[in-house]
Design a protein around this ligand. Structure first.
Ligand code: ATP
Ligand code: MN
Length: 478
């Protein structure tokens, strides 16, 4: 019977002293042959086990090593030592699983994040990753809470698809054809009619197009699932497999869309502040220590919790793309030729431009709207100026783009014309165009990259550290 155990978090936060308790977990440290710090992942704090002389024999004592798993029963008492309020005076101790101290990679000392990325199968057992993944869990839960409270339907859009939602062509192909002997057509190209689905398919880059179909019936839907992009960009902000949240709302224009996105981001931050303060404080301290070794001008102006509070308590800035370009052109950075990429109306904003706007100019999250139509997807609603579309990107300090969204083109003729201009075959998309044929309505939506949100809330800087097992170019371990 394993269920009669108390989680360490509950023991530390108010279970009454004097009672008999059982805990199970993994040894963090064992000192003086008497004090074991044990952790079960419910909190970063360990509970201290006190072993009285004679309770266990020498052989057992030697097996209490870092990483070993234990079952301990005893009395919860007030601690005499410093550093903890309560501890357990053991009356029985059982070793559930040994851990060879010579071979166990995690020592009771600080390891680099790079080292822990290689040991991703064990890194959950460290304080840093314990905190990160408890926060990630809470944020995922909060996503559902937020939309459920507002009457949105959670729609499971497909992972296998034959459409390229973004038209960006950064897709992983899915096939059961033999790669070294694929059937070909007369013209030498691969004959996908013999493939599993009878046509070329790939892993989804976005659930949006299917999401729109849902919004045309439920009014408000959201998706929350894995998304795949075969983009060969080895950056600290891109993964080949990441999770995305994509709400899609009928009867929403771009302004409604902006407001929902801002409310949503603030809700997620507020949720973590309410439910994960202990872990946030741990990460906050960690970040301060990391930055202590940096020169003054490289350190953050605000610590993690101050930053989250600041975002929570201030409105996001809203500017148009055209205004963003004007700000960049007038900036000291531009005049001193500090940007690597040139600035002019029509460019896709580079990460250095986004970061300038957010970190140097406005010093808070910025929503940029109304981008040139030529750098955006076909489904975005065309503005009256003939040059721009009703797109919005939300840029966050330290991250860059965290949300991409738009009001969608609901007018069939305009949408079809745009697809023609962009060489998107409308026969294959006729299911999508049906939404515009039968009861079309103004609608809008956005995509929030979940890992980028977790990066923002945890203050981590590499996206590989906020997903359990990162998939990036040339790396698909575990
Ligand atoms: P970026 O310019 O940063 O590559 P994008 O314009 O390709 O982003 P969208 O297609 O608008 O992004 O996707 C919506 C959101 O998904 C982005 O705002 C971002 O938060 C997230 N996202 C996009 N690509 C990735 C990726 N490769 N890894 C992790 N998150 C991503
Ligand atoms: Mn991209």
């Amino acid at each position: 019977m394993f269920n009669k155990r108390t989680k360490i978090k509950d023991l530390l936060s108010g279970e009454k002293t004097g009672q008999e308790v059982t805990v199970m977990g993994w040894v963090r440290t064992f000192r003086n042959n008497q004090f074991i710090a044990i952790n079960d992942g419910s909190t970063n704090n360990n509970i201290q086990i006190v072993i009285e002389l004679g309770l266990i024999d020498d052989a057992t004592s030697k097996r209490i090593t870092t990483g070993a798993s234990l079952k301990v029963s005893g009395k919860l008492i007030e601690s005499l030592g410093k550093g903890q309020k309560v501890e357990i005076k053991a009356t029985s101790l059982e070793i559930l699983g040994d851990s060879d101290a010579e071979k166990y990679p995690l020592q009771p000392k600080k390891h680099s994040l790079e080292f822990l990325r290689e040991k991703a199968h064990l890194r959950f057992r460290t304080n840093t990753f314990g905190a990160i993944f408890r926060i990630r869990h809470a944020l995922a839960f909060a996503v559902h809470q937020f939309f459920n409270d507002r009457g949105f339907v959670y729609l499971h859009t497909p992972i296998l698809t034959a459409s390229d939602a973004e038209g960006a062509g950064e897709m992983f192909q899915v096939t059961t054809l033999p790669l070294n002997n694929a059937p070909t057509k007369a013209d030498g190209t691969i004959d996908f009619s013999q493939d599993f689905f009878g046509k070329a398919t790939n892993l989804t880059v976005s659930g949006q197009l299917e999401g729109e179909l849902g919004a045309m019936a439920f009014s408000d839907i959201y998706t929350f699932g894995p998304t795949f992009r075969a983009e060969n960009s080895n950056t600290a902000r891109h993964l080949a497999e990441f999770w995305m949240i994509e709400p899609e709302m009928a009867f929403y224009d771009l302004e409604d869309n902006r407001n929902l996105a801002e409310e949503f981001i603030k809700y997620l931050i507020g949720y973590a502040m309410k439910h994960n303060m202990e872990d946030l404080e741990f990460l906050d301290t960690r970040l301060k220590e990391e930055e202590n070794s940096l020169p003054q001008d490289k350190r953050s102006e605000m610590n993690l919790i101050e930053k989250l509070e600041f975002v929570l308590n201030n409105s996001f800035e809203h500017i148009t793309y055209t205004e963003a370009i004007d700000i960049l052109l007038a900036s000291p950075a531009y005049k001193k030729k500090k940007f690597k990429y040139d600035v002019q109306w029509g460019i896709d904003l580079q990460s250095e431009h986004e970061r300038y706007l957010v970190e140097k100019h406005f010093k808070k999250p910025v929503i940029v709207t109304d981008y040139p139509k030529d750098i955006k997807a076909f489904y975005m609603r065309q503005n009256d100026d003939g040059k721009t579309v009703a797109a919005m990107d939300i840029l966050a300090p330290g991250i860059g783009e965290i949300v991409g969204g738009s009001q969608r083109e609901e007018r069939l003729d305009k949408l079809e014309n745009r697809m023609k201009e962009m060489d998107i075959p409308s026969e294959e998309m006729s299911w999508y165009l049906d939404t515009r044929r039968f009861g079309t309505v103004p609608h809008a939506g956005f995509g929030l990259g979940f890992e980028r949100m977790v990066l923002f809330v945890t203050g981590m800087t590499n996206i590989r550290d906020v997903i359990p097992f990162a998939r990036t170019p040339k790396n698909c371990e575990f």
